[in-house]
Design a protein around this ligand. Structure first.
Ligand SMILES: NC(=O)c1ccc[n+]([C@@H]2O[C@H](COP(=O)([O-])OP(=O)(O)OC[C@H]3O[C@@H](n4cnc5c(N)ncnc54)[C@H](O)[C@@H]3O)[C@@H](O)[C@H]2O)c1
Ligand SMILES: O=C(O)C(=O)C[C@]1(C(=O)O)C=C[C@@H](O)C=C1
Length: 367
C-alpha cells in the first residue's frame, strides 16, 4: 500500500525534507500543510509536494508518517492538536525543531501510547528560509539527530530512517537533554553572538563613514547567520534558555579574562589565545558537500579594472554555471581586490574555480 507522508510547515526544512524523500521514494504520497496557503501552492508548483492539506487534523488522520517542520512553538501546538486527532494505528510522528527537550515533554504528555513519536533535528540549514530555498541535497553528509527512548522499539525507528534515507544524512541518536546542550553550544549561542556583533557595529556610528561597506570581509563571514529568520530563532533560543544562560555566564567570564590580558599588554598570553583557537579551528573536518550548505563561496583576486566583473562572470556564465551572488569585498584604488562568487552547490563552485584558474586567476575557498 502507498505510504502517505504529511509535512506540516513547508519552509526551507519541510520543503527540503519533502524533496529528499521524493528522491529516494518516488512512490510515497507527500501532502503539505502550511499556515500560508500561497506556500502550499508554491510547493505544488515546484513539485515539492503532491497535494495541499485541506486541514492539519484531516490530513494527519490519513497519514502514515507526520513530519512537523514549523518553528518550535508551532510544533508544540501541533503536537497538542494531534493529541485530539484520530490517527491511524502505528502512525509515526517526527519533527525537525532546533530544540528537543520541550518538544519531547509535550509529545510524552499528548501522544504517549497513541502513535510512535521520534524527535529529530537535521544539523544543516541556511540563513535563507521558505520553500523557494528548499533543496533535496540540503542535508547531504550532515548529522541528523534522532531522539531515542531508553526502550525504543526498533521497527518505527528503522522505518523513519528508511523514509529519510534520501537526505544522505548521518543519523545520530541522543537524549533530548544532551541534544539541547550540544546545539546550545555549537549553534544557538554562536547565533546570539553573531546578532550581538551586528548590533554592536550598528550602535557605533562613526560620523560620515558607511561602516556597512567597510565591514565586508571577516565581519561578514562571522555574522552571516545573523541574516536568519527572527521568528524561528526567537522560538529556538527561548526553548533553550537555561543552557544559553549558562553559556552566557561562561562567555562573560572568558571575556573578562581576555580584557585583563589586553589591559596588561600580555603578548605571550594573547598570542597563545590566537594560536590555540587557530589550532582547534584548523582541525575541523573539511567542509563536505551539504555539511554547511546554503552558500558556496569562491574568492578571486581581481585587478581594479572597470570590466573585471563582466570578464569573470562571462567565463563562468559561458560554461553554463549559475551564480547566486557576486560581490567585490575589497577593492582599493590601483591594487588587487577580492571578488566573492556564490554558487548553489560545491560542484558548480569547483567547476568555476577550475575555469578561472585556467584563465590565470588566483582563487581560494574560505574553509
Ligand atoms: N533554518 C535552519 O537552518 C534549520 C535547520 C534545522 C532545523 N530547523 C528547524 O526547522 C523548523 C523550520 O525551520 P525553517 O528554516 O524551515 O523555517 P521556514 O521559515 O523556512 O519555514 C517554516 C514554515 O512553517 C510555516 N508555519 C509557521 N507556523 C505554522 C503553523 N502554526 N502552522 C503551519 N505552518 C506554520 C511557515 O509559514 C513556513 O512556511 C524550525 O523548527 C527550525 O527550528 C531549522
Ligand atoms: O547554516 C546555517 O545558516 C545554520 O544556521 C544552520 C544551523 C546551524 O546552526 O548549524 C542552524 C540551526 C539548525 O537548527 C541547524 C543548523
Amino acid at each position: 500500500m502507498q505510504t502517505t507522508v504529511l509535512i506540516a510547515g513547508l519552509g526551507l526544512i519541510g520543503g527540503s525534507i519533502a524533496e529528499s524523500i521524493r528522491s529516494a521514494h518516488s512512490d510515497v504520497k507527500i501532502i503539505g500543510f502550511d499556515q500560508n496557503k500561497k506556500t502550499m501552492e508554491e510547493g505544488i508548483r515546484r513539485h515539492v509536494i503532491d497535494e495541499s492539506a485541506e486541514s492539519f487534523p484531516k490530513s494527519a488522520s490519513a497519514a502514515d508518517i507526520i513530519i512537523l517542520a514549523a518553528p518550535v512553538s508551532a510544533i508544540i501546538a501541533m503536537i497538542e492538536e494531534l493529541g485530539r486527532t484520530e490517527l491511524k494505528p502505528g502512525t509515526i510522528v517526527t519533527d525537525v525543531g532546533s530544540t528537543k527537550r520541550l518538544i519531547k515533554l509535550q509529545a510524552d504528555y499528548y501522544l504517549k501510547g497513541r502513535c510512535h513519536f521520534i524527535g529529530g533535528h537535521p544539523m544543516a540549514g541556511s540563513h535563507k528560509s521558505g520553500v523557494s530555498a528548499a533543496r533535496a541535497n540540503l542535508f547531504e553528509n550532515a548529522y541528523y539527530f534522532l531522539i531515542a527512548e531508553k526502550d525504543q522499539e526498533s521497527a518505527p525507528m528503522q522505518k523513519l530512517e528508511n523514509l529519510l534515507s534520501g537526505t544522505h544524512a548521518k543519523f545520530f541518536r541522543v537524549t533530548p537533554e544532551i541534544h539541547d546542550q550540544i546545539v546550545g553550544l555549537i549553534s544557538h549561542f554562536p547565533h546570539l553572538i553573531a546578532s550581538a556583533l551586528v548590533h554592536h557595529l550598528e550602535n557605533h556610528p562613526i560620523q560620515g563613514i558607511n561602516l556597512r561597506l567597510l565591514a565586508a570581509g571577516g565581519f561578514r563571514d562571522i555574522t552571516r547567520i545573523a541574516s536568519s529568520d527572527p521568528t524561528m530563532w526567537t522560538d529556538t533560543v527561548i526553548s533553550n534558555r537555561d543552557d544559553l544562560l549558562d553559556l552566557l555566564d561562561e562567555w562573560t567570564r572568558s571575556m573578562e579574562q581576555l580584557k585583563n590580558l589586553l589591559m596588561e599588554g600580555n603578548r605571550p598570553s594573547i598570542h597563545d589565545f590566537f594560536r590555540k583557537a587557530k589550532l582547534f579551528r584548523d582541525g575541523f573536518p573539511k567542509k563536505e558537500k551539504g555539511a554547511i550548505p546554503g552558500y558556496y563561496d569562491l574568492f578571486i583576486d581581481v585587478p581594479d579594472k572597470p570590466d573585471t566583473i563582466s570578464t569573470v562572470t562571462g567565463y563562468v556564465g559561458g560554461a553554463g554555471i549559475n551564480l547566486t551572488n557576486i560581490e567585490i569585498i575589497e577593492a582599493r584604488e590601483n591594487i588587487m581586490g577580492v571578488m566573492r562568487l556564490t554558487f548553489q552547490d560545491a560542484d558548480q563552485r569547483d567547476k568555476a574555480r577550475a575555469i578561472l584558474q585556467q584563465k590565470g586567476y588566483h582563487t581560494y575557498l574560505n574553509d
